[in-house]
Structure formats: structure tokens, C-alpha cells
Design a protein around this ligand. Structure first.
Ligand code: LLP
Length: 425
């Protein structure tokens, strides 16, 4: 399975570099990203979907190095803010491979996106149609996709389910917004309706929701053809493919995913007499997630009445996922071998609140002690990108490892960085 490459076994190295050395050289906490692993996942998607456009969802993790790897691997980039767009542009990411998303894009963001010539703007509401059109220079044409609610429920947690009615994204078929948006875009000479988009949710474990969405969305393409005589060439099915965070979890491989989705699209298109649309997919987590891990150093071990707490130098601000989504993690001891049996501990951070739990029920050797280095696997997506500076603590650095060498790609945020924003009295 795809996610088997999330490494849970107690490996001492990643990218050919000993983890204990990384902790020493770059300090802890630190995010470590295996460049070859990221690239291999990009290639897996591209080879599983040769006819499709694979667009990496930047929100999972983006920095200049990552944007360059994605560019070099030939993927597109899904961005949803002026900041993500700026990073992409700063490494010369080809604008026509960028898909611009957002349910509340600011006027400035829209202007930047259209001016730099992003390949697709994904329309999320009726109001932005004329706004986008108004930004297109005379004689120009901006390609857009319409984000439609497929009304398919999927995703690991209510906060990351975006395929149903009753959440903020997309144009509803039920209320008539989707049909109205099609009509409006087709009337705007500055806009070219390239196709339809949907995104079901995140950390999806099975192919069935994608198949269902493929059916619904191809039916929507047929509806556009039947109403306006226009055959839209593209269908973007978003991202959401899940990854393993714990040992023994099984997830869809890109190949499994591709075969099932492509078949569903082809079958439905044939049944409705439509040409097969060009697929776009937007994986985020499944590209960068398993390629990353976080290194922490143990600060204190406390045997409480009901459990053993292992307090590390990290915190919920470098991984808010357990507190936001009830996400579960494991950890392993690196840098030394222990002959002791494992026993379950609770990994906690150093913030001033009891909810600052990084992982519960983690099997660690009974002699785990201050100074030990721990690695938490599968933290390459939605960790650095969601980190905060709560309690005025700086965000950890990101270290890339490749072929036995390590290099800093995002430096640690120092107290001076935090103080610099505070303009004083
Ligand atoms: N496309 C769109 C339009 C999206 O909104 C997202 C994620 C993706 C693609 C990529 O989804 P992925 O393949 O990474 O699941 N912070 C949450 C996840 C939020 C996902 C938001 N949208 C978490 O840590 O679980």
C-alpha cells in the first residue's frame, strides 16, 4: 500500500542522515523532510494518472524549496492565499500551472492571481465572477473552474469535510447557485469556463466517495452541455487522499485511487455521451505528509497517578492536529538503543494548558529519559503550515535531507523575529 512508506519502524536515519545528528546540528523541535520521498510521491501520482494534471495542494506544506521540487517534478500548485502565491512566484513557478482557490479571496489576492496569469481561478461564489472578470486586461481571458458541492460526505473529521451541503465551500446545485454561476461565467467574455471542481474533504480512506463524486460531477458536466451546448474540457476532483499516522493503518495508493476514479469518470461519461474530461487532482497530505517527521527532545518524564507523561520541547503549536481533530500519532526513540520493554506514555508539550497533548498511548521504552530524542512520523503535511507562536514560542525549522546530506530550508523562528512584529508603545 502507498502509505506503507510512512516509516514507523525504529529507523535511525532518514534520507541517509542519522536523526540524532540532525537533532544535534539543528536543535529541537525540528521538522525533517525527506526530499527523495516527496519527489517519489509526486512521480507516483504522475505515473498513476498520465493523462491528468496533478496539482499539489500548497496548504499542506510550502516553502521555496518545496515549490521548486514540485515545479521540477512537473506538478501544478494549488494555492489559496497571496502568501502561497508569492512563494510560488519567488521560485519561478510557472503561473499557468497554478490553481488559485479560496472562498473569500481578497481583492488584492484576486488581482495578484489574475495579473500574474494563474492557470485557473476556482470560483467559489457568485459575487466573485464579475470581480475576476473586471481584473482581466483588455483582450485577455482568464480560465476559471466552478467549485460545485457534490453533496458527498467524506473526510476524517467534520472540520475537514467539504463535500456536503451545510459547509462554506462551493456552489450548491440544490439552491441553483451552481447553475446560475455557469450561466454568468458563460456570459462573461473575459472568462473562459474550463470546467468544474469539487473537493470532498481530507484524510479520506476509501475510493468510494471519489467514485460517487465522479458520477455526480460528470452528470453536472452533462447538464451544462444539455443546457448550453457547451462541453467543458476539465474536471477537477480535488485532493483528500489519506495517509497512515499509526502503524497498521492502510490507505489508498495513488494507483488504486487513479484506477477507480478514472474508471468512474470514463463510465459515467460514456453513459451520458460525453467526451472524457481531462482530470485534475489536488493531493496535498499524501505528497508531503509521510515524507516528514518531527524531532523532539525529552525534557521531563513524570509518573502521574494514572499515566506516565513524557514532556518534550515541542508543543501543540507545532502540531495542533491532536487538539483540533483528535488526530493520533506515534513516536519512537532515536539515537540510542534501549533494551527495556515498551510501555504506553502520553507525549505532552510545554504550553501552559492541559490540552497540549501531542500523542496519547505511545509505546516507548520504559527507560525513556530527559535528553532522549524522539521522532514523530508522518508530520510533513499540516504541521509546519499550521504552526503558531502561542506562548511567544518561535516555530521550528524545516530541514531537508537528501542523499546523506541535510540542509536547512526554513530557519527556526527566534525570539527576535517575534519581537520585531511588536511595534512597541
Ligand atoms: N484541494 C482543496 C480545494 C483543498 O481545500 C484541500 C485541502 C486539498 C486540495 C488538499 O487536501 P489533502 O490532499 O491535503 O487532504 N488542516 C487539516 C486539513 C485541511 C485540508 C484543507 N483542504 C488537517 O490537518 O487534517
Amino acid at each position: 500500500p502507498w502509505s506503507a512508506t510512512t516509516r514507523f519502524e525504529p529507523v535511525a536515519r532518514t534520507g541517509g542522515v542519522p536523526l540524532a545528528d540532525l537533532a544535534e546540528r539543528f536543535g529541537t523541535p525540528a521538522y525533517v523532510l525527506d526530499e527523495a520521498d516527496v519527489r517519489q510521491r509526486c512521480r507516483a501520482y504522475r505515473s498513476a494518472l498520465p493523462g491528468a494534471r496533478v496539482v499539489y495542494a500548497a496548504k499542506a506544506f510550502l516553502c521555496r524549496a518545496m515549490a521548486a521540487w514540485i515545479r521540477e517534478e512537473g506538478l501544478g500548485l494549488d494555492v489559496c492565499s497571496g502568501g502561497e502565491l508569492a512563494i510560488a512566484r519567488s521560485v519561478g513557478f510557472p503561473a499557468d500551472r497554478i490553481v488559485f482557490h479560496g472562498n473569500a479571496k481578497s481583492p488584492g489576492e484576486l488581482r495578484q492571481a489574475v495579473e500574474c496569469g494563474v492557470g485557473r481561478v476556482v470560483v467559489d461564489n457568485l459575487a466573485e465572477i464579475t470581480r475576476i472578470a473586471g481584473l482581466v486586461p483588455p483582450g485577455g481571458r482568464q480560465k476559471v473552474l466552478l467549485r460545485v458541492i457534490p453533496d458527498v460526505e467524506a473526510g476524517a473529521h467534520p472540520a475537514v469535510r467539504t463535500g456536503g451541503e451545510g459547509q462554506k465551500f462551493g456552489l450548491s446545485v440544490a439552491t441553483g447557485d451552481a447553475a446560475a454561476a455557469v450561466a454568468r461565467v458563460l456570459r462573461q467574455p473575459e472568462l473562459e469556463l474550463a470546467g468544474l471542481h469539487c473537493h470532498l474533504g481530507s484524510q479520506i480512506r476509501t475510493p468510494e466517495p471519489y467514485e460517487e463524486a465522479a458520477h455526480v460531477m460528470v452528470e453536472q458536466l452533462a447538464r451544462v452541455r444539455d443546457t448550453y451546448g457547451v462541453v467543458l474540457p476539465e474536471l477537477d476532483l480535488g485532493g483528500g487522499q489519506g495517509i497512515a499516522y499509526l502503524e497498521g493503518e492502510y490507505f489508498l495508493t495513488p494507483a488504486d485511487f487513479a484506477v477507480r476514479v478514472v474508471k468512474a469518470v470514463e463510465e459515467r461519461a460514456a453513459a451520458l455521451g460525453l467526451p472524457v474530461p481531462r482530470l485534475i487532482v489536488e493531493p496535498g497530505r499524501s505528497v508531503s505528509g509521510p515524507a516528514g517527521l518531527t524531532l523532539y527532545r525529552v525534557v521531563a518524564v513524570k509518573r502521574a497517578l494514572t499515566r506516565t507523561f513524557v514532556a518534550v520541547d515541542g508543543r501543540m503549536s507545532d502540531n495542533p492536529r491532536p487538539s483540533l481533530y483528535g488526530a493520533r500519532y506515534t513516536a519512537r526513540l532515536v539515537g540510542r538503543r534501549s533494551g527495556m520493554p515498551d510501555r504506553p506514555v502520553t507525549l505532552v508539550g510545554h504550553h501552559c494548558e492541559a490540552g497540549d497533548v501531542l500523542a496519547d498511548d505511545v509505546p516507548l521504552p520504559a527507560d525513556v529519559r530527559p535528553g532522549d530524542v524522539l521522532a514523530v512520523p508522518a508530520t510533513g503535511a499540516y504541521h509546519h503550515s499550521m504552526a503558531s507562536t502561542y506562548n511567544l514560542t518561535g516555530r521550528p525549522p524545516v530541514v531537508a535531507v537528501h542523499d546523506g546530506t541535510a540542509r536547512l530550508i526554513v530557519r527556526r523562528e527566534e525570539i527576535d523575529d517575534l519581537l520585531r512584529r511588536d511595534v512597541g508603545l
